[in-house]
Design a protein around this ligand. Structure first.
Ligand code: DGL
Length: 278
């Protein structure tokens, strides 16, 4: 894409994407912090779960979606997926007209925990792709080698949540079974390194009973978005009520249900399989 075509304006929406409903936790946090902003959300339900896909596949999906969001035009792209942030951030940056106009969900969390300095024994749960990439580990080692990170892949969780299994007996059992893993004993805080996981925060809290601090990246990322827009003088100061648009690459009823929980009953889900375009 040529940089000549990219003229972000404050009135343009923020583009947010994930493999499915997980990124809605980030979109919701952005909406709460910045209620004036318009949001375009893309859930790549046709390719979910990203956590099981090859880095090559995730890079190609992410690049396509980011390109779609910039064409709308969005003023900023938020990769609201850890698996994509861990594997495709550079690829997305390089594909956009200006590589600064994309935010991932990993850097803000690492920066937040490092500057806070409250924890040295940190746990992490995420998809296989995020954990095997060791991106968090490398970033913490670089920023503060005293931080010890214990990561555990929890591959059942994102598909379980995507199917609408949260706040119930099954999700509680699965979450408790994963968190009982001895690898995660002796941690002071735990990073929810998958944007689907705030939807099972009740199950996670009921396991730790306040003994471990739960790091919800959605809120931290929304702060990073706010800071970015302030710095670039792109905060929407218009008086019109904000408009949100939701796209999926393949219609699923569970996506629609969850989007309604987060954004109220009025949302209209549009199916747009970018890969079927002629
Ligand atoms: N929500 C995503 C993440 O943060 C992806 C889950 C998946 O599709 O496997 O990693």
């Amino acid at each position: 894409m040529s940089s000549g075509k990219f003229h972000p304006k404050a009135s343009h929406p923020i583009g947010v994407f994930d493999s499915g409903i997980g990124g809605l936790t980030v979109a919701k946090a952005i909406n709460e912090l910045l209620p004036n902003e318009n949001i375009i959300y893309f859930g790549d339900t046709a390719h979910m779960p990203y956590g099981e896909k090859s880095p090559h596949a995730i890079k190609s999906y992410s690049e396509k979606i980011a390109g779609f969001l910039i064409e709308q035009p969005c003023k900023l792209v938020v990769i609201a997926c850890n698996s994509a942030s861990a594997t495709a951030f550079k690829q997305v940056q390089n594909s956009l007209p200006d590589k600064n106009f994309v935010i991932n969900v990993i850097d803000p969390v690492v920066e937040h925990l490092v500057s806070d300095g409250n924890y040295s024994k940190i746990g992490l749960i995420g998809t296989k792709r995020t954990v095997s990439s060791a991106v968090y580990k490398k970033k913490f080692e670089k920023a503060n080698p005293d931080i010890r990170l214990k990561s555990l892949a929890t591959p059942l969780l994102a598909p379980m949540i995507e199917e609408g299994f949260f706040n119930n007996k099954i999700s509680r059992t699965v979450v408790h079974s994963y968190l009982s893993n001895p690898h995660l004993s002796d941690i002071e805080s735990i990073i929810l390194a998958c944007t689907h996981y705030p939807l099972i925060i009740n199950e996670i809290s009921s396991f730790y009973k306040g003994k471990v601090t739960i790091i919800n990246s959605a809120e931290i990322v929304s702060q990073a978005v706010k800071q970015f827009l302030e710095t670039h003088d792109l905060l929407n100061k218009g008086k019109k009520a904000p408009k949100h648009q939701f796209y999926v690459s393949d219609y699923t009823s569970s996506f629609e249900e969850t989007a309604k929980i987060f954004f109220g009953g009025k949302i209209k889900l549009k199916e747009n399989n970018l890969w079927n375009e002629k």
